[in-house]
Design a protein around this ligand. Structure first.
Ligand SMILES: *Cc1c(COP(=O)(O)O)cnc(C)c1O
Length: 357
């Protein structure tokens, strides 16, 4: 990904479709932050953090939740709770935890990873059956299935409910825990109309990110049973994620859950419009029907330049930032700082760059 390999942007682009993490807090959110009641979070005395945790536990249908600084820490703490050294996590080969968390599952939980080649990041129970090991002392102990909804490298694809249920069935058959990386679960909820708690009903741990489409500056919330969250607290301290007057940032999360969920539908409309607007461009391959939420992946191999070069031209000539995800693969992500006019400008910019190269 460009964020991890390329130079930081010195001048912020006018239209930034690099990620939904680039949003700035709105004035309403900044007001909520300024007025937040605060206390000592790690003593569970911060009223705003407590409120946010209750809201998310309720949203996800879990007993309890814990506020954390990042989604990465949610994944890594859950893996640490569920796995001992040498245990195995089953996940899709495109999983965020596998590619973008600096080896966290190995470094922090000491866990092995066993990958499944899903379709757009999604796999079913029979694919889990196919990687189940004999329970001998020679084999790693398989502990956990980890799924990602929406699937980021899967193009923002939504897990169909029956596919989630078939993985739940496999977890039951094989005595495995189920974890949902729900960095963008609310995108799946808004696009599908399926309540969040239905997606998470039969999983053991689940989290949502506040700093993606919800537009907060910081934070994520991990949920599960009371016992799971008690264990998670231990590792929150151990990993350095226990905070103090964290209500300052949690207030943004409360605000976002109240004001920024339904509007995710706009991001989905914008992503679809972007895909439709560039679908007929010579040299670009994109399938608008695969745009289910707020991401548009498109391939520029037919233009004769690399994704990195295409990205560079978009930025320098049009002040539009779209990241390169591979040699020819690009990813645009819509969010609350880009409206309809910006999307039309981005469409025009992609068309102009494709025409000149
Ligand atoms: C962004 C992301 C994460 C990590 O969340 P951070 O808040 O950036 O640490 C994990 N999983 C998925 C699918 C993501 O998109």
């Amino acid at each position: 990904m460009v964020s991890t390999t390329g130079p930081a942007a010195r001048v912020l682009p006018k239209i930034d479709l690099y990620s939904d993490t680039v949003t700035r807090p709105t004035s309403g959110m900044r007001r909520a932050i300024a007025e937040a009641e605060v206390g000592n979070e790690q003593a569970e005395e911060d009223p705003t953090v407590n409120r946010l945790q209750d809201m998310v536990a309720n949203l996800l249908g879990k007993e309890r939740a814990v506020f954390l600084p990042s989604g990465t820490m949610c994944n890594e703490i859950a893996y640490r709770v569920w796995c001992d050294h040498g245990d195995e996590i089953i996940l899709d080969e495109t999983a965020h935890a596998l590619h973008f968390e600096s080896g966290g599952p190995g470094a922090l939980a000491g866990a092995m990873t066993r990958t499944i080649s899903g379709a757009r990041g999604i796999f079913d129970g029979s694919a889990v059956d196919a990687v189940i090991r004999l329970k001998t002392r020679h084999a790693p102990r398989q502990k956990l299935i980890s799924i990602e909804n929406t699937a980021n490298l899967g193009g923002g694809a939504i897990w169909p409910m029956e596919t989630v249920e078939s993985v739940v069935g496999a977890a039951d058959r094989h005595g495995l825990k189920l974890h949902i990386d729900g960095a963008r679960l609310l995108n799946a909820v808004v696009a599908s109309g399926i309540p969040a708690r239905d997606f998470s009903a039969r999983c053991d741990s689940v989290w949502i990110d506040l700093s993606k489409g919800l537009g907060c500056p910081v934070g994520a919330v991990l949920a599960g049973s009371d016992a799971f969250i008690e264990d998670a607290w231990r590792f929150k301290h151990q990993f350095g994620g226990a905070m103090r007057q964290a209500g300052i940032i949690a207030a943004a999360g409360v605000y976002a859950l109240e004001h920024h969920v339904d509007r995710l539908a706009d991001d989905h409309t914008h992503a679809r419009r972007l895909a439709d607007g560039i679908a007929d461009v010579k040299g670009i391959r994109v399938n608008p029907n695969e745009v289910e939420t707020n991401m548009v992946y498109f391939d520029v191999s037919g233009t004769g330049v690399t994704g990195a070069e295409f990205s560079r031209r978009l930025l320098s000539e049009h002040e539009v930032r779209i990241g390169a995800m591979g040699p020819h693969l690009m990813r645009a992500v819509t969010h609350l700082d880009v409206g309809h006019p910006e999307i039309e400008l981005a469409v025009a910019a992609v068309r102009a760059v494709a025409a000149e190269v």
